[in-house]
Ligand binder design. Structure first.
Ligand code: PHE
Ligand code: ZN
Length: 897
């Protein structure tokens, strides 16, 4: 399969000034007439003449004309990837054509397809070519005008981008609507929806006083579940005005919820299309976590209107230009709304369990990749979350004020055009150059973050001179090899650190010397924790000396990577007592949480390899007990400080400790530690449970910390065998709060007890007619770690309410299986084989979802010999099947050495 390379990028030979479409929708096919106004691209004038390539997939060409003169494609012009005009006119011309397509049998969910009777589209990244012949590249922006025709009864609502400028009736019970989008856009932002939809509407008055009509379109019957999404949209719009000075630019903004969707949501200009699970919600149908996620995705898609749509990507290698930046923006919105620290902790935990894992495996790639086969495979946590971390580091290094000036510069320079990641960094660099002292780091070196894959490691050694009160830090950085990148260069790493004295107070940190000299940076705002210092690590080795510290036997506790100031790993031998001290006193909430996480990881790794570190666990019980009793902490903070690290992260930690991770043993260790904590902390846990209950009925976001803590007490208490909590959890599943119901289910999930069975049955009974909610039941059933798991999963795949064409359901069941450590990682390889067969079958219908799922087999090298061989076998079986380009690329990356 052909590899696309960044190095091969060339400006297009022709610009498109206009894309005019007429889309006629019928009960069993669709006809698309397109008129494309081309003109030679002055930006390509000095390149040798190139053919004009119009991509097209699964299109039946019915007519083609150039400037109105019918054109019969000659030999070699029409292939299965599209149309190639070898000698196009060297002047402006119009190409018109008609194609017939088959949306009803389109299970790929790319291009135009039908979801539950609704015509809908998905064009990012390369879906437009499944609708009509088009260059379909993001650097070609054109004005779109679209006429939609359909049956009035089955498709009363006709939506497209921009403004609706005309509607009317046609013969035979049909009607039409014409939409005009005044903003030139790339084809990937095109969208069209037609069908029966209910509408929730409201308005938003922009800062400059324009009234925007907001409309949310959902399947009939779902209107009661739209208020949260609407309110989220209004909050998101206001925030972007206040923080970035960015206003909405059209008179209407539409969101459509569809059941069948490959991803979360899509930012099509003024017509966002959402996976219905990210729209439909209220307190009874969605958990606190889901409500927060919906709010953040609504914000994310809306923020794309500027960072993505008004300024788009030159080519798909620049994907992080819009995605990393937009994630950074939506994270800032959520942080402002829900508290920066807990929000940051959630994001860090997620980064460690997903992105760090990707960065350490065979599909690792830089934030700006330089080659791909299927671009869909690069909608990854590296592009999104690491991309956002890179921007966050710029924010940390430059400070809020300069960063915001740089953003404004970026927007004003590139509005209305297609840009590159480098254009973005250049705007940052230029704004920094205007600061009195310039930037404290080298931008050229900083750019390496975009090109080097892998998670950098900071290895820290310290020397403490207690008699003089002097601390020396020796910091080495290196980035491990990743596929195609054996050697790495030093990066610019903002390391925020602080010292915590014996009495738990922050100590002023004075850097006496630094080698090589590290430029001082502006003092950090208070949110960084008391007496925090930012040190820019930009060499392979750095030495720091801090003087004037208290003369004492033990060094002050060293708090590192405050606010998780860089997406790196640390290796430093900090003894448990020091981490316990930080867990009790660190004024930076993220570093404080992280100290606890390290202790918990150690305890869990010890248990997984068969011995209980009694002393460490006793210290942990004491420390956690103090957190539970600390009156200055919120319930949410307590629950967060006590949450156990994820399995992915534990596997990584095992590898770093030189052991082959044994997922079932890690899983058992988590259960055992929960049981131990549930027993040892029984009194304070039950007391807090009592205190929290009163707040449970409060509506989100109120009461969420109390519910979260309740869920944790249930989990630990039930693991410790407390029957009364099993009954309470079961009652919650029958109650009116989805958050509590799901905490109840989660707490019972791993215990083969009658209450679990009753809870599962009650949940199914109640929600069987709500597919979005039932997916969470499918996931729970698929991940139950007892009984004949594979037989149960097979039954789920045959379940009458399972929809094999809904990626949400597929991910619920097969993703549920992948997260079921004892079953998926069964030593006989049965879990891997089963998964490989399912992926191969799914790939026939939906390559995008299949190739994303195939990544669950990527870590085969990291498990012990038996599992490695079995997972490798499964991959080889998969490689021998007939596969899409998407899945083939992932499988080959996994198998490559
Ligand atoms: N661009 C979408 C987003 O991040 C994600 C997406 C990609 C959706 C490809 C569909 C297809 O907001
Ligand atoms: Zn996005």
């Amino acid at each position: 399969m052909a590899t696309v390379r960044l190095a091969d990028y060339r400006p297009a030979p022709y610009l498109i000034n206009r894309t005019d479409l007429t889309v006629r929708l019928f009960a069993d096919h669709a006809l698309v007439d397109a008129r494309l106004a081309f003109s030679p691209n002055p930006g390509a004038a000095d390149l040798p003449p190139q053919p004009l390539v119009l991509a097209g997939l699964n299109l039946q060409l019915e007519a083609l004309a150039i400037d109105g003169i019918p054109h019969q494609p000659g030999a070699g012009e029409l292939g299965d990837q599209g149309l190639c005009l070898n000698t196009p006119p060297q002047r402006p011309f119009e190409l018109s054509n008609r194609v017939r397509i088959d949306p009803h049998s389109n299970t790929t969910l790319e291009g135009l397809y039908v979801s539950g009777g609704l015509f809908t589209t998905q064009c990012e990244a390369e879906g437009f070519r499944r609708i009509t012949f088009h260059p379909d590249r993001p650097d070609l922006l054109s004005r779109f005008r679209v006429r939609i025709e359909a049956d009035r009864d089955t498709a009363p609502v006709l939506l497209c981008n921009g403004n609706c400028i005309e509607t009317g009736d046609l013969e035979d019970g049909r009607h039409y609507a014409i939409w005009d989008d005044p903003f030139p856009k790339p084809s990937y932002l095109f969208a069209l929806v037609a069908g029966v939809l209910d509408e929730a509407s409201d308005t938003f008055v922009t800062a400059s006083g324009r009234t925007v009509k907001l409309r949310l379109h959902v399947e009939p019957g779902d209107l009661p579940y739209t208020a949260h999404a609407m309110a989220s949209l209004q909050r998101a719009m206001r925030w972007d005005e206040q923080r970035y000075g960015l206003e909405y630019d059209l008179d209407e903004f539409n969101i459509v919820a569809v059941r069948h969707f490959n991803m979360g949501a899509m930012e099509n200009k003024s017509l966002n299309i959402f996976n219905s699970k990210l729209v439909l919600a209220d307190g009874e149908t969605a958990t606190d976590g889901e409500l927060e996620r919906i709010e953040s995705v609504i914000a994310h898609e809306y923020y794309h209107n500027w960072t993505g749509n008004r300024i788009t990507c030159r080519d798909w290698f620049q994907l992080s230009l819009k995605e990393g930046l937009t994630v950074f923006r939506d994270q800032s919105f959520s942080a402002d709304r829900h508290g920066a620290s807990l929000n940051r902790i959630d994001n860090v935990a997620m980064l460690r369990n997903t992105q760090f894992r990707e960065d350490a495996g065979p599909t690792a790639h830089p934030v700006q990749p330089d080659a791909y086969q299927a671009i869909d495979n690069f909608y990854t946590t590296t592009i999104y979350e690491k991309g956002s971390e890179v921007i966050r580091m710029l924010h940390t290094l430059l400070g809020e004020e300069t960063f915001m000036r740089a953003m404004a510069l970026y927007v004003s320079r590139h509005d209305g055009s297609a840009a590159t990641c480098d254009d973005f960094v250049q705007a940052m660099e230029d704004a920094a150059a205007e600061q009195p002292l310039g930037a404290s780091f080298d931008f050229g070196q900083f750019r390496r973050w975009y090109h080097q894959a892998g998670t950098p490691v900071l290895e820290i050694q310290r020397h403490w001179d207690g008699e003089r009160g002097e601390l020396e830090l020796h910091i080495r950085q290196h980035t491990p090899p990743t596929p195609g990148q054996p050697d790495k260069l030093p990066l610019v790493i903002p390391l925020v650190l602080g010292l915590v004295g014996q009495a738990g107070k922050a100590l002023p940190l004075e850097l006496a010397t630094a080698e090589p000299a590290t430029p001082a940076t502006a003092p950090l705002p208070p949110a960084w924790g008391h007496h925090s210092r930012l040190v820019v690590i930009d060499r392979a080795e750095t030495r720091l000396r801090c003087t004037g510290l208290p003369r004492q036997h033990h060094p002050p506790a060293l708090s590192l990577l405050r606010q998780f100031s860089a997406p790196v790993k640390l290796t430093i031998g900090r003894p448990p007592a020091e981490l316990v001290h930080l867990l009790a006193h660190d004024s930076d909430p993220v570093a404080r949480w992280d100290a606890g996480q390290q202790l918990l990881r150690r305890a869990l790794l010890a248990r997984a390899s068969g011995h209980v570190d009694g002393q460490l666990e006793d210290e942990l019980v004491d420390a956690l007990g103090r957190i539970l009793a600390d009156p200055s902490l919120s319930q949410a903070s307590r629950a967060t400080l006590l949450s156990l690290p994820g399995l992915a992260e534990l596997e990584d930690a095992a590898l770093e400790a030189g052991q082959a991770p044994d997922p079932p043993a890690l899983f058992a260790a988590v259960m055992a530690l929960q049981r131990h904590f549930g027993t040892a902390l029984r009194e304070p846990l039950l007391r807090l449970l009592d205190e929290s209950r009163d707040q449970w009925p409060l509506a989100w976001p109120q009461g969420q910390g109390d519910r979260q803590l309740g869920g944790l007490v249930w989990r630990w208490g039930i693991a410790a065998g407390m029957e009364s909590l099993m009954n309470e959890a079961l009652q919650a599943v029958r109650g009116t709060s989805m958050t509590l119901a799901r905490y109840g289910l989660a707490a019972l999930q791993n215990h083969d007890r009658p209450q679990r069975e009753a809870a599962s049955a009650a949940f199914y009974e109640r929600w069987q007619h709500k597919p979005v909610i039932l997916d969470s039941w499918f996931a729970l059933e698929a991940s139950a770690p007892f009984g004949d798991g594979l037989a149960r999963v097979s039954d789920l795949l045959e379940h009458p309410r399972y929809d094999p064409n809904a990626p949400n359901s597929v991910r619920a069941v097969l993703g549920g299986l992948a997260s079921n450590a004892p079953m998926f990682h069964a030593a006989d390889g049965s879990g891997y084989r089963f998964m490989a067969l399912q992926i191969a079958a799914l790939d026939q219908r939906n390559p995008i979802t299949a190739s994303r799922l195939a990544k669950v087999l990527s870590r085969w090298r990291s498990y012990g010999p038996e599992r490695s061989a079995a997972m490798h076998d499964a991959l080889v079986k998969l490689a021998n099947a007939t596969l899409s380009t998407n899945t083939r690329e992932v499988v080959e990356q996994c198998l490559a050495d």
